[in-house]
Design a protein around this ligand. Structure first.
Ligand SMILES: Cc1cc2nc3c(=O)[nH]c(=O)nc-3n(C[C@H](O)[C@H](O)[C@H](O)COP(=O)(O)O)c2cc1C
Length: 205
């Protein structure tokens, strides 16, 4: 037995709550931007976030509605995706407060900046990964704007590297679930991809 939900019969928020409860877990892009006119640095979490292209390297996040982050990105063409680490859980949540545009979440919440190498918006100093991005394009979809950013520089803390590779157990990324639920890294498994030759029933088709 399944329960059926028709988005055309439900109000926006009801279906939004359903979608965000079932598209889980979502990584959190902690997006820093800078206001073009005032120079105010903005910081906000976005869990509608993923990699969208390998070559060139492009990541995307979605602004639901028109917010400071998306406006700054459109006006300056730059942003930084900072990895949201477990130990900054409360600060990340505090930067989701709807502060006025002339208030920097870095200062209001007390988050240390560090300069980026290739773009103007600063990085979060205590986050282990910063992806510095130049705006590739935006796509308006209904009430939302998808922002695509070309990654022009990646800065990874030495402390999270193991054998030349970022180690997820050291990164300790946060994830967003439905409602106000957040999660941390669960159990880890490793498994190799199975080559076609190892599916005997399909060989000699
Ligand atoms: C964990 C988390 C994830 C969020 N994900 C998104 C998102 O994907 N898109 C969005 O528009 N807002 C998202 N929000 C809400 C924004 O962070 C919030 O509206 C924030 O005030 C926007 O800041 P800004 O106006 O400075 O850009 C999220 C909030 C939290 C706590």
């Amino acid at each position: 037995m399944r329960i059926n939900f028709d988005p055309s019969e439900l109000d926006r928020n009801t279906f939004y709550k359903l979608l965000t409860a079932v598209v889980v877990p979502r990584p959190i892009a902690w997006v820093s931007t800078t206001n073009r006119d005032s120079g105010t640095d903005n910081l906000a979490p976005h869990s509608f976030f993923t990699v969208s292209c390998v070559s060139p390297p492009i990541v995307q996040f979605t602004s639901v509605g028109r917010k400071d982050s998306v406006r700054n990105v459109e006006e300056t063409g730059e942003f930084v995706v900072n990895l949201a680490p477990e130990h900054m859980f409360e600060q990340i949540n505090q930067t989701a407060t709807d502060f006025p545009s002339d208030v920097s979440e870095f200062d209001a919440v007390g988050i240390a900046r560090e300069p980026s190498l290739r773009v103007k918006p600063p990085r979060v100093a205590a986050s282990p990964v910063a992806l510095e991005c130049e705006l590739h394009s935006t796509v308006r979809l209904g009430d939302s704007t998808v922002v695509f950013g070309r990654v022009v520089h990646a800065a990874v803390s030495e402390a999270v590297m193991v054998d030349g590779h970022p180690d997820v157990k050291k990164l300790r990324p946060l994830a967003r679930m439905g409602k106000n639920e957040w999660g941390t890294l669960g159990e880890l498994w490793e498994i190799n991809r199975i080559p076609l030759e190892e599916w005997p029933d399909l060989l000699g088709r």
